[in-house]
Design a protein around this ligand. Sequence first.
Ligand SMILES: *[C@@H]1O[C@H](CO)[C@@H](O)[C@H](O)[C@H]1NC(C)=O
Ligand SMILES: *[C@@H]1O[C@H](CO)[C@@H](O)[C@H](O)[C@H]1NC(C)=O
Length: 348
Amino acid sequence: MGSFSCVATLILLFALLNQIHGRIGTNGCDVFQGSWVYDESYPLYDTTKCPFVEKEFDCINNGRPDKDYLKYRWQPSSCYLPRFNGADFLMRLRGKRLMFVGDSLSLNQWQSLTCMLHVAVPHATYTLQRTEGLSTFTFPAYNASIMFLRNAFLVDITLEKIGLVLKLDSIQSGTIWKGMDTLIFNTWHWWLHTGRKQPWNFIEGGGVIHKDMDRLVAYEKALNTWARWVELNVDPIKTKVIFQGVSPDHANGSYWGRPNANCGGETEPVIGLTYPGGPHPAELVLETVLRGMSKPVYLLNITPLSQLRKDGHPSVYGLGGHRGMDCSHWCLAGVPDTWNQLLYAALI
Ligand SMILES: *[C@@H]1O[C@H](CO)[C@@H](O)[C@H](O)[C@H]1NC(C)=O
Ligand SMILES: *[C@@H]1O[C@H](CO)[C@@H](O)[C@H](O)[C@H]1NC(C)=O
């Protein structure tokens, strides 16, 4: 058999298998339900081809020796994800602005997306502007911008006589969000910080000043404030609103049977379809808040699938190097590329 007919036969076989095992396209399919499968064709890009990737995500270059973590593809149980098509993504983004608003997990996804797009259209010029709070990546030929606005809590922190106050009922900073075509929000990790890493002195909610309070309760109050902001300010015809689900960390190995370990040295996903640690409490709060909203908000539910990826973090191959142990962010290439494949599937 000639190589042409061999290829043709393979294509036919593939088409048949698709008909049997599921569909390409995601209508009616829960794309967040599935499993990680080893796929030789992964990762989706070579990080050395992404010159602007930040050191904190650049695990291979930082010396990470194992490579299997790059090779996992997310496979929904009852359909196939459309293949990420960066050129098509940019065509759809023509004349538009997409903005991630959140903490460094938003930065992680923004960085992944900018790499995926740059590698897809390597000859298209780009500009990258970074100021303290705002990073803007632009493809002038498409007049398309992919932005990241750092905002760890979404609600305000203001300096008052008593000190820095985290205001659970107030969003003054939303003005810049309003003009966007797509908004992708995220907040969670900073709600856990205490001591030196906690960037406020008091929390104010319902007109009462607290020295501290249950962080999950505070989180829910802030999300409700955010939801009210969306209800009042977003025109769903102009702006798509997405919430990036809570990105899980892997600082505590108890959840996968290694009580005194963290993500360091992990080279494979958790075995099985669900995380032994159970659903993420912050994610449950987020889902409750979103269910109560009347404006459409798409939950990019990255939590359960990322919970399985204890192998995906920089560990000692991140910003802190061997002095640090980063079990919160994710290596690039890596898990956030899948978040962006799911984002693409949601936008097309
Ligand atoms: C480029 O996109 C912006 C919105 O992102 C729009 O206001 C502007 O008119 C566009 N410019 C051109 C030349 O299409
Ligand atoms: C890890 O999680 C287990 C189970 O929830 C808990 O008992 C333990 O205290 C945790 N360890 C740390 C260091 O937080």
